[in-house]
Design a protein around this ligand. Sequence first.
Ligand SMILES: [Zn+2]
Length: 250
Amino acid sequence: MTPRDQPPELSAPVEDYLKAIYELEQSGAAAGTNELAARLHIAPASVSGMVRRLADQELIAHERYKGARLTDAGRRAALRTIRRHRVIETYLTQALGYPWDLVHDEAERLEHACSDELVDRMAAAIGEPEHDPHGAPIPTREGTVDERRFSSIADLQVGDEALVRRVSDENGERLRYLAELGIVPGVQLTLIDRAPFEGPITVAIGAAHQVIGTSLATEVLVERLSMPIRSPGTPLAPGRRKDARSRRTP
Ligand SMILES: [Zn+2]
């Protein structure tokens, strides 16, 4: 790809739509009218007009029953806005000492006002960070980004060890609470108990035990470090036989 060719000027609402569609695609959900409306906190009726305009500008393509999909141009534009957002959050935290629960709202506003040049200089000033304070990957200038998907604490089984990778950045109160519990990106934890029927989940972080509800647990994305001994549903016999065979090999 050529170095950043002159990107088109997009309005703040267009950038917000593209970002929302990108995030829905990443979560595996369809970007339909209702999903977009919920994500953008607006009425579904006002979504359709904008979606038509984005399709006219070839930023999205519309697939029946599947909702909007970003075109290559739409994806580049979405990643540019996301880069601005995440660099701003990181800069505010690292260079200006903002706490991690206060940077999202600032970034929501500034991401539309900053030039790409300013954002590049902010990133350079703090050593080209790869993740924002909430653990989200920062797209490069060239528009590449780590799109690995992680499971959440709620997906872990008892005994699983996991590394906290990312937390949702949108709710400051939840972020403050998670920080109080010590559940922040980079921390290693072990799931030691989960009550049935989506009851509370207990994790150990070092010597401390923390209890969180399932809804909060789904917002904390983790990389599993240990696999369960035997995943449920795996028949035991073939594994045993394979073991026996491998033990026989010299
Ligand atoms: Zn944010």
